[in-house]
Design a protein around this ligand. Structure first.
Ligand code: CO
Length: 170
């Protein structure tokens, strides 16, 4: 089922999400709905709070070499924690909760993340490319942070002004 995406500056995006304790059918339904919602909006990542659920759940789906998103390539991460990080990089980011806005944000180049899958099994994954950026972006959502908050002071001011103008008009 497609759920409604929470759009900036909705206060729910500031919530610190809670740890998942039960890996049950409610969680599985949430994950399936998040996938449908993300794909419908052509997104590559989504955190549960973006559909209004304050739980430490996120999904990432990197398009393959033919630019198609396949469900079996979806990475589902429950209660993820960064256990190693290094380097720095900049990447042009966007967010389904800030539709139509893209900007460069600084991130760690490399991260190693520990997480549980939908069945409660624990895993670790490491990356220094697109996935590393996506994991950091989505994990920020779990702590109530949106990527535009990482912009420089002047860029942020310009963004807030344009965003208000655009959303007043519509
Ligand atoms: Co986002």
């Amino acid at each position: 089922m497609i759920r409604e995406i929470v759009v900036y500056p909705d206060k729910r995006l500031k919530l610190v999400s809670r740890e998942v304790e039960e890996f049950n059918s409610v969680l599985h339904e949430l994950l399936d709905d998040m996938y449908e919602t993300m794909v419908q909006s052509s997104g590559v990542g989504l955190a549960a709070i973006q559909v209004g659920v304050d739980q430490r759940v996120l999904i990432i789906n990197e398009p393959d070499e033919n630019d198609t998103q396949r469900k079996e390539n979806t990475l589902e991460m429950i209660n993820p924690v960064i256990i190693e990080r290094s380097g720095a990089t900049k990447y042009q980011e966007g967010c389904l909760s800030v539709p139509g806005y893209y900007d460069e944000v600084e991130r760690y180049k490399y991260v190693k993340v520990e997480y549980s899958d939908r069945h409660g099994q624990s895993h670790t994954i490491e990356d220094d490319g697109f996935l590393a950026i996506a994991m950091q972006h989505e994990m920020d959502h779990l702590d109530g942070k949106v990527f535009v908050e990482k912009l420089s002071f002047t860029k942020r001011k310009r963004f807030e002004k344009d965003w208000k103008k655009r959303h007043k008009a519509s």
